[in-house]
Design a protein around this ligand. Structure first.
Ligand code: NAG
Ligand code: NAG
Ligand code: NAG
Ligand code: NAG
Length: 379
C-alpha cells in the first residue's frame, strides 16, 4: 500500500476535499481499488479468480480506463493486457450464466491465449462483444495494433450473426436459443462505433453497422415508455417488460457518444441523455447512489458486475455532454462506495450504500465498484 487508510480519518476530509486535491483523492482511491482488484488476478490463467469469462473483459476495460487518466498505473495495465492475451482462455471454458465460485480458486483449469479472433469467441455473442470492447480499451492505452485487430476480428464474426427475425435484423443473444436481448445489441452498436473512430480505412463500414444497429434498435420495443431499456424482446418481437438492469441503461450511452463522434447527428446525444436521465430516475436512491434490482449473493457474479458498467458509460456521456446530475451520481456513488461499502481489507460489496456484507464480495463487486471510482477520477 502506498498510503495509509488512516489518512482518511474524518477529521482530515474537509482539507482533502478542496480544489485539485479532490481529483488526487479520487485517483488515489481508484489506485488502491486497483491494487485490491489485482489480489484476485491469477497470473497463470490471465483471469481474475472468483468470476467468469465476460467479467474478466470488464476488469480489463476498467483497468484501461484508469490507465488513460493515470500514468502511474500504465505499467500494471500493460502487463495485464499482455498476460491476459497470452494466458487467458480465448473462449469461455464455462459457457452459460456464470456460477458463483465457492472458493477463491480460479474457475479456469485450462489456459489458452491467442491473438487470433476466430478463436477468441464464445457461445454467447454478448461475451464476445465485451472482449472486443476490452481489447479496444487496451489499444487506447498501448496503441498496439494487435489489440485493435483482435477487436476487429471479433466484430467481423459478430456481423455474421446479424439476424433476420424481428424487423429483419439485430443480433440474438447466442446462436442457439434465439432470445433477442438489449445488451447484445447495445454492445454491437458500441463496438462498431468505437471501431469507426479507430480504423480510418474502414470507418464507413463501421459507421454503417452502428447506424444500422441503432436504427433497428429504436424501431424495436427495447426502450419503454419512460425511456428505460428492458432486458429484451418477446418471441413476437415486443418489449418483454423484463428487468431494467443498470448495464442496459449504460452500454448504449458509450455507443451513442462514439457514434456521434464518428458521424455527428444531434439526435444521438439527445437519445443518450434521455436514457441516462431515465436510468438515474429509476436506479438512483435519494443520495444519488446507483442501485440494481438484485444486490445479494444470488446475483453473483453476473448481476453484481452491472452497475460499474453503467458508471463507466455515464462518464463517457458526461464528457461529451456534461450534466451536473451525472457528475453528482458519479461522485456520490464513488464517495458512498469508499465511505460505506468498503471492508477492512479494502474490498467492496455489492450494495454501494453499504455496508459490505462478507458473503457477497468477489472480483465482480470489486471491479464494479472500481469502475465507479475510475469514473469519479476521470471527471
Ligand atoms: C507477453 O506475455 C508473454 C507470455 O507471458 C511473455 O512471454 C512476453 O514476454 C510478454 N511480452 C511483453 C512485451 O511483456
Ligand atoms: C485462427 O484460428 C482459426 C480457427 O481455429 C484457424 O482456422 C486459422 O488458421 C487461424 N489463423 C491464423 C492466422 O493462425
Ligand atoms: C439523424 O438521426 C436520426 C435518427 O436516427 C435520423 O432519422 C436522421 O435522418 C439523421 N439525420 C441525418 C442528417 O442523417
Ligand atoms: C420505468 O419503467 C420501468 C419498467 O419498464 C420501471 O421498472 C421503472 O421503475 C420506471 N421508472 C420510473 C422512474 O418510473
Amino acid at each position: 500500500m502506498l498510503f495509509s487508510r488512516g489518512l482518511f480519518a474524518p477529521v482530515l476530509i474537509p482539507f482533502l476535499l478542496s480544489g485539485g486535491t479532490l481529483a488526487n483523492d479520487a485517483l488515489e482511491r481508484a489506485e488502491e481499488a486497483l491494487r485490491t482488484l489485482q489480489d484476485y488476478y491469477n497470473d497463470g490463467t490471465g483471469m481474475w479468480n472468483t468470476i467468469g469469462w465476460w467479467n474478466g473483459a470488464n476488469c480489463l476495460t476498467a483497468i484501461a480506463d484508469l490507465a488513460l487518466v493515470d500514468p502511474s498505473v500504465v505499467e500494471t495495465a500493460d502487463y495485464v493486457f499482455n498476460n491476459t492475451l497470452n494466458k487467458a482462455p480465448p473462449s469461455n471454458p464455462n459457457p452459460g450464466p456464470e456460477v458463483k465460485a465457492t472458493s477463491k480458486r480460479s474457475l479456469y483449469s485450462r489456459a489458452g491465449g491467442s491473438a487470433n479472433a476466430s478463436q477468441w469467441l464464445d457461445s454467447a455473442y454478448d461475451d464476445d462483444a465485451w472482449w472486443a470492447l476490452a481489447w479496444i480499451a487496451a489499444y487506447d492505452v498501448t496503441e498496439d495494433n494487435t489489440y485493435l485487430s483482435l477487436a476487429e476480428g471479433i466484430f467481423a464474426a459478430l456481423t455474421k450473426a446479424w439476424g433476420t427475425r424481428c424487423g429483419g435484423g439485430g443480433i440474438p443473444w447466442n446462436p442457439t436459443d434465439g432470445y433477442i436481448n438489449a445488451i447484445t445489441n447495445e454492445l454491437f452498436l458500441s463496438v462498431a462505433a468505437h471501431l469507426s473512430n479507430r480504423v480510418p480505412s474502414r470507418k464507413s463500414d463501421y459507421v454503417n453497422w452502428a447506424i444500422k444497429e441503432w436504427d433497428w434498435f429504436t424501431a424495436q420495443g427495447f426502450i419503454g415508455e419512460n425511456n428505460t431499456i428492458n432486458d429484451g424482446l418477446l418471441d413476437n418481437c415486443q418489449n418483454n417488460g423484463a428487468t431494467v438492469w443498470s448495464y442496459n441503461q449504460g452500454v448504449v450511452l458509450g455507443g451513442l457518444v462514439e457514434l456521434n463522434k464518428a458521424a455527428p447527428n444531434d439526435t444521438y446525444l439527445q437519445s443518450a441523455n434521455k436514457i441516462a436521465q431515465a436510468g438515474i430516475d429509476t436506479l438512483a436512491d435519494s443520495n444519488y447512489v446507483i442501485h440494481d434490482w438484485c444486490e445479494n449473493t444470488d446475483c453473483e457474479p453476473d448481476g453484481t458486475q452491472f452497475k460499474g458498467i453503467f458508471m463507466r458509460n455515464l462518464q463517457m456521456l458526461h464528457r461529451a455532454s456534461p450534466n451536473e446530475i451525472y457528475k453528482k451520481v458519479i461522485q456520490n456513488s464513488a464517495n458512498s462506495i469508499w465511505e460505506n461499502d468498503r471492508n477492512e481489507q479494502g474490498q467492496f460489496g455489492v450494495n454501494w450504500a453499504g455496508p459490505p456484507s462478507a458473503g457477497n464480495i468477489d472480483a465482480s463487486t470489486q471491479s464494479s465498484a472500481f469502475d465507479a471510482l475510475v469514473a469519479a477520477a476521470a471527471i
